[in-house]
Design a protein around this ligand. Structure first.
Ligand code: CP
Ligand code: NVA
Length: 307
């Protein structure tokens, strides 16, 4: 069974296969109507269930379109409209849904719930974001950087702001794709030590800084995310403590000339990033958003062994 729960668990060759497939599928259907299935319709007759415990725009629409373009279909529900929201166990939910569909994508508050769901399921399970990680996002981000000509092995990426779930998946990716990840956070919002140590054990070069300037120096790409993630209850304190880690044009000027700017969206202009950066020529944020679709098609095919 191939689950897609965290990049750290997946072999580099498989991640490479997924990115190559995503790039090839995107090129092959260029110009086709978005709702038209790919010529080979590799998931014809297949159904993806999607369960959301938290809000989503990109993940919801891109997965739905991904499975349609692969020739399959989807069923989407929020946990609140399922018995899950009334106390049915994660495990029983997984066992039941596995009898109906071919794969499940879950966006959950607690990462352990996605792990428990996958352990009980008899179909592949995909992590569509938890409090701990967001692996699908990073596959789209890396695809985007490659499209813009960056060779990942040996590249230097800079993460600035909160050492959150998206940061954790970038840490995992550094170990798998061979880029250096320089992280600038206030100490209080440093990334999970477990993620840093496991990535380093696998050879990942993870540099921890307590200033944004140190992190972005010489970077090929600068990455930001919201200062207040879904589920965070200390918004005022976060906004105050993270203010010095906002990405401005001045900060971008300290990275390599022409460095790319990435943000998974949704963005808060004037908080973690200035408008002139996210809406400026170095920003790839809408390519990233589009590439969620293409990367997730390849993830679905990998999970269902349809490559
Ligand atoms: N980037 C991302 O996952 O966006 P959504 O929360 O809108 O799905
Ligand atoms: N870190 C953000 C990402 C949203 C896509 C959150 O978890 O809310």
């Amino acid at each position: 069974m191939r689950h897609f729960l965290d990049l750290i668990d997946i072999a580099p060759a498989d991640l490479r296969t997924i990115l190559d497939d995503a790039l090839a599928m995107k090129a092959a259907r260029r110009g086709a109507p978005l709702g038209q299935a790919d010529a080979d319709a590799p998931l014809a007759g297949h159904v993806l269930a999607m369960i959301f415990e938290k809000s989503s725009t990109r993940t919801r629409f891109s997965f739905d379109m991904a499975v349609r373009q692969l020739g399959g279909s989807s069923i989407i529900a929020s946990s609140g409209e399922m018995q899950l929201g009334r106390g049915e166990t994660v495990e029983d939910t997984a066992r039941v849904i596995s009898r109906y569909v071919d794969a499940v994508m879950i966006r959950a508050n607690d990462h352990s719930d996605v792990e428990a769901f996958a352990a009980a399921a008899s179909v592949p399970v995909i992590n569509g974001l938890t409090d701990r990680s967001h692996p699908c996002q990073i596959m789209a981000d890396l695809m985007t950087l490659e499209e813009y000509g960056l060779s990942l092995a040996g590249a230097r990426l800079a993460w600035v702001g909160d050492g959150n779930n998206v940061c954790s998946s970038f840490i995992h990716a550094a170990a798998k794709f061979g880029f250096t990840l320089a992280i600038g956070t206030p100490g209080r919002y440093a990334p999970e030590e477990e993620d840093v140590s496991i990535a380093r054990e696998l050879g990942g070069e993870i540099l921890l800084h307590d200033s944004a300037e140190a992190a972005v120096a010489g970077a090929d790409a600068v990455i930001a995310d919201t200062f207040v993630s879904m589920g965070d209850s200390d918004a005022d304190e976060r906004l105050a403590r993270l203010a010095d880690f906002a990405v401005s044009a001045d900060l971008m000027a300290q990275a390599k000339p022409g460095a790319f700017f990435l943000h998974c969206l949704p963005a808060h202009r004037g908080e973690e990033v200035d408008s002139e950066v996210i809406d400026g020529p170095q920003s790839l944020v809408f390519d990233e958003a589009e590439n969620r679709l293409h990367a997730q098609k390849a993830i679905l095919k990998w999970c269902l062994d349809r490559q």
